[in-house]
Write a protein that binds this ligand. Sequence first.
Ligand code: DC
Length: 218
Amino acid sequence: MNARAFVVALDGPAGAGKSTVARAVAARLGVEYLDTGAMYRAVTFAVLRRGVSVTDTVEVARLATVIDLEISSTSVMVDGVDATAAIRGREVTDAVSAVAANQAVRTVLVDRQRAWVAARGGGVVEGRDIATVVFPDAVLKLFVTASPRVRAERRVAETGGDVAEVEASIIERDRRDSTRDASPLLLADDAIELDTSDLDIDEVVAEVVRLAEERRMQ
Ligand code: DC
């Protein structure tokens, strides 16, 4: 990685408001934004589309290497197929944790994430292991959290559903993501923790932009 790449790393559990914050911060800083969760979802989409079992770790890792992935701020294309909506669907959401736990898949996607940053000289990168594994030299590391209840309420406001059910699935996904062997979701030593449960997202964005501008000057 280019040591001078200007990377803002945003990690945290599902539904904590990471994507909203990351997109807004990138726009305000005039840099691009990478949603690494969308990459794990895109691989999962390719796996399901080909009828491959997520437990076939070798074949899943092979697919992660060979698929053509185009991720922009508005769309996700997998081998030329528009997967933007499907990667957020139930099927992919249920299977993605198993794909993300595959170490060989992670190695391939981490390389792709580093290449994305190298091509741009930096950016706002969102995920689970960005500060701990992918860009340990990021200029700013943020760990965005919110209570499972608040996260469930936000998700239901966006996509509908039952708050208690969504909350239960969030708790279960957190457990899987933070206890897996491969790059579990962890707070980096030098990360700043932002609990957005009682915060207005605009306030969070303003604070992150302020911190990023401060680091950019240094
Ligand atoms: O943020 P998300 O819900 O779109 O992430 C989808 C899955 O990918 C989720 O199970 C966590 C996993 N993930 C990961 O392991 N590492 C990342 N850098 C990003 C996402």
